[in-house]
Design a protein around this ligand. Sequence first.
Ligand code: NAD
Length: 262
Amino acid sequence: MSGGRLEGKVALITGAASGIGRQTALRFGREAACVVVADIDDAAGRDTVAQLEGEGGRGIYVHADVTLDADCAAMVAAAESAFGALHVLFNNAGISHIDDDDAISTAEAVWDLTMAINLKGVFLGCKHGIPALRRAGGGSIINMASFVAILGAATPQLAYTASKGGVLAMSRELSTVHAREGIRVNALCPGPLHTEMLMKYLDTEAKQQRRLVHVPMGRFGEADEIASAALYLASDESSYVTGTSFTVDGGITAAYVTPEDR
Ligand code: NAD
């Protein structure tokens, strides 16, 4: 596809077999990027690529577990070998473990798994992605955090929250270190979304409405609205934007009293 906002760019997206990652892969494809879809769910990852190609885009699937150094090295190598360079890295893969709770209840194994995917996975993506962006003469890294990195909740997911806080701190430092190399690094902080990850907890209308009291816009976000933000951060339209914690959250982090509480 020509004339797109990402024309000439190669983008690698982790966790692109589902949810935000898949919507972003499709969106990037429509905007003329060559897209590397990385995930551990091979069938769904290949399906993302099939959808992308069905819309006239270009993409490949790579099996990559972001907790493994060798897999992260290989996914970046695959991008360069298939498309000649890497310009955009979206470290999106993440989990929200059903047994992630408060400090007393959360098992060490749940903490370790969450940190391995959500935080170490971002580190390993950057470890192998940054040299590739350097070889390309610069680029954009988008690291997936969450509004819970900014706001506390009495419905705890302690490991998840801590992992996303780590992503914010790491992204700020990376943006500073690599700013003079033309490598921009931003963290993306979605608010509560109407996706499987959150709806598995908010599985009744009453629970959903109770949560929406805190969202000034009064609705959950959609994965495609996060893809729009990722597109902006990936494109040259955000050429002076680095080191931000980019919130796309229906206003939740700005609010103390929402319209419903008046
Ligand atoms: P999702 O579960 O739909 O997709 C996550 C993808 O990551 C899946 O395809 C899964 O196979 C993949 N994945 C899991 N472990 C992996 C690993 N070790 N290596 C590679 N891939 C792996 O979730 P989503 O809602 O699209 O969330 C994507 C990101 O957005 C996550 O980092 C999540 O924390 C973040 N986020 C989501 C919400 C929300 O409300 N859904 C809000 C804020 C932030």
